[in-house]
Design a protein around this ligand. Structure first.
Ligand code: GTP
Ligand code: SPV
Ligand code: MN
Length: 603
């Protein structure tokens, strides 16, 4: 912050030029090129990438769409190589890898040195948020990757307007990115919150390289948000209009590859024809307390970088139509006809896998499990025109959720804001292919921010509590789990469009129009409180989905207490007290002879 606080326009401009010069000198870039975001620029860039095979053409029935194959060792975020560099290790917290800024810079200087010899350094000015919004922030990413430029062009408001705002004196985040030979041994994603600076080397993929996304809009922004009194969250943003014309906005935090894009693009199921669900954002929300005592949210992004596998006309028809044109596919397979193909797509057969090899099931899935589409949000038939509202949209509800085969019920409501923060802090989920490492391991992922919070989780939870204390009309907070399984490993809940039935209960709760049952973990619907008309879910499955097992929950809460203890002394006492009280209640309930092994909320 400090370095940029109100210098004269000339000094501001000189600072900017000096920075770009210094990076160009360090990397020995052959030339430096400012991006203006124009269609001509895109055509030139695209043609060059097609010439060099960095983009592969797709058939004409997919206008302006391309395939990119990343290096096989560079296909996901690398959490173990992602660092927060603050002078005090405590400020980064146990939730982050930490390195001293001096040490980090000297390491990075070495790694960046000479990496752009013979290459062009692109200067990518971008805005996160609608240009007219007071919540919008600016950044400049310096990169030698044309694929990164192509993605930033879709994912952010990139180009001339952002450049002009920055030149006129707007503060901005400095991002430095180099492919550096894509050597995993020389790969680091480092953040310097005190300098508003990000330095990333050795990866060209997604959140590692598109610095406007997770690096800026979550890690750096979360730090700024704490200093300035707002929230930068890993949340989708969706608009829900009921047949009576009631309009609500919901934000939801689920860990990576746990259903944000799908919920944000939800297609109302049969029987919900009068409902309209529109997308504001699918990954990140910036949330500000409003003068009216409510929370107001914007989506800082302009595109979707979404998980491809599982996307079909059945599961997510809006996404399916969105990616029918102007889409960069990364790491999907191809059919014999050269059409993109992925697991979960209906029809077609893979001929060539994501690495360009003839498809052989022995080699694993045809499309990489973390293969992605990059597409402008405007392509979405369900795009909400409120996406560009400068003040954002007011939140009725905040949802937290994870991928839990057991334990977590379909939905429950927090008692109040403090309990809601506790529920957010308690999120845990099975790991997915969105990050390198084992898949399917349950890990704690508070607020779905474990890989993205730019500071100590204890301070983060305290910040959430502080935000809530100042709100006259806080949104209600809920927890959802679409991923509960039976012992045979089948999902108990159909999910996708049918999730609107759960959202309906949630919104009715917010408008005091629906009943619930009190349980120690929160308020749950009884089976008859949910609209299950026309659904083929067995009564037994519904009971299972809505059951709270006090014995298992007592263990869960004890595990949570151990986890929270890692953040002492910064973990707020309110959360520790809640944890202790809940643990007592659950243990008592579990020992009640009548509770036996199971007690369902409607018993
Ligand atoms: P990131 O972009 O990594 O942050 O992921 P995301 O949270 O946006 O997840 P996304 O919506 O892309 O979903 C990831 C995977 O979960 C896809 O394979 C989906 O098909 C699947 N999925 C999404 N919603 C549901 C659901 O309601 N039920 C089930 N069973 N699967 C779902
Ligand atoms: C996630 O992993 O949460 C994503 C993809 O949205 S990435 O942009 O790689 O972070
Ligand atoms: Mn995400």
């Amino acid at each position: 912050m400090k370095a940029f606080s109100s210098p004269s326009p000339d000094a501001h401009r000189r600072d900017l030029e000096d920075w770009i010069d210094s990076v160009a000198r360090l990397t020995e870039a052959t030339d430096v090129r400012w991006c203006d975001g124009s269609p001509e620029e895109w055509r030139e860039l695209r043609d060059a990438m097609l010439r060099d095979g960095e983009l592969l053409p797709l058939p004409p029935d997919r206008p302006e769409s391309y395939l990119h194959r990343s290096h096989p060792n560079d296909v996901a975020r690398v959490e173990h190589l992602t660092y927060i560099c603050t002078s005090s290790r405590d400020d980064a917290g146990p939730n982050n890898n930490w390195m001293d800024p001096k040490e980090a810079h000297s390491k990075l200087d070495g790694l960046f040195r000479g990496t752009m010899r013979g290459r062009t350094l692109y200067v990518v000015p971008y805005a996160m948020g609608p240009l007219s919004s007071p919540a919008t922030r600016f950044g400049i990413e310096l990169t030698d990757s044309r694929y990164v430029v192509a993605n930033m062009r879709v994912m952010t408001r990139m180009g001339r307007a952002a450049r002009d705002a920055i030149l006129a004196g707007a503060p901005y985040v400095r991002g430095e990115h180099a492919l550096g030979g894509l050597d995993p041994e020389r790969r680091f994603i480092m953040h310097f919150p005190r300098e508003n600076r990000i330095r990333s080397i050795g990866s060209g993929y997604g959140g590692n390289a598109l610095l406007g996304k997770k690096c800026h809009a979550l890690r750096i922004a979360s730090w700024q948000a704490r200093e300035e009194g707002w929230l930068a969250e890993h949340m989708l943003l969706v608009e829900i209009r009921s047949p009576e014309g009631r309009v609500d906005y919901v934000a939801a935090a689920f860990p990576s590859a746990c259903g944000k894009t799908n919920l944000a693009m939800l297609q109302p199921p049969v029987g919900y024809e009068g409902w309209s669900v529109r997308t504001l954002g699918d990954d990140i929300a910036w949330i500000h307390p409003g003068a009216d005592g409510r929370l107001w949210a914007i989506n800082p992004e302009a595109g979707y970088f979404g998980v491809v596998p599982g996307t079909s006309a059945k599961t997510n028809p809006n996404a399916f139509r969105t990616i029918a044109r102007e889409t960069i596919f990364t790491n999907v397979a191809l059919t014999a006809e050269g059409e993109p193909w992925w697991e979960g797509l209906e029809g077609g057969r893979p001929a060539v896998d994501w690495q360009g090899r003839p498809y052989d099931p022995q080699n694993g899935p045809a499309a990489h499990p973390n293969s992605r589409f990059t597409v402008p949000a405007r392509n979405n038939p369900a795009w909400s025109p409120h996406s560009d509202d400068p003040q954002g949209v007011p939140l009725t509800a905040i949802l937290f959720g994870g991928r839990r085969a057991r334990l977590a019920p379909l939905v429950y409501e927090a008692h109040d804001w403090v309990h809601g923060v506790f529920v957010g802090a308690s999120v845990s989920s099975e790991t997915t292919a969105a990050a390198t490492g084992a898949v399917g391991v349950v890990r704690r992922d508070p607020m779905a921010m474990l890989p993205f919070c730019g500071y100590h989780f204890g301070d983060y939870w305290a910040h959430w509590l502080k935000i809530g204390r100042a709100l006259a009309h806080p949104p209600r907070i809920f927890h959802v789990n679409w991923f509960r399984q039976n012992p045979q490993g089948e999902y108990l809940w159909p999910g996708f469009g049918e999730n609107l039935r759960v959202l309906r209960w949630i919104l009715d709760r917010c408008h005091n129009q629906r009943t619930a049952v009190e349980t120690p973990i929160g308020k749950l619907p009884r089976p008859e409180d949910l609209d299950l008309k026309g659904l083929s879910v067995s009564e037994e499955a519904v009971r299972e989905l809505l059951c709270v097992d006090p014995g298992l929950w007592a263990e869960e809460i004890e595990d949570l207490a151990t986890y929270l203890n890692r953040y002492r002394p910064r973990v707020p006492v309110e959360l520790q007290d809640l944890c202790a009280r809940l643990s007592d209640t659950l243990r008592q309930q579990a020992r009640m002879p009548s509770a036996g092994s199971r007690s369902s909320p409607d018993s």
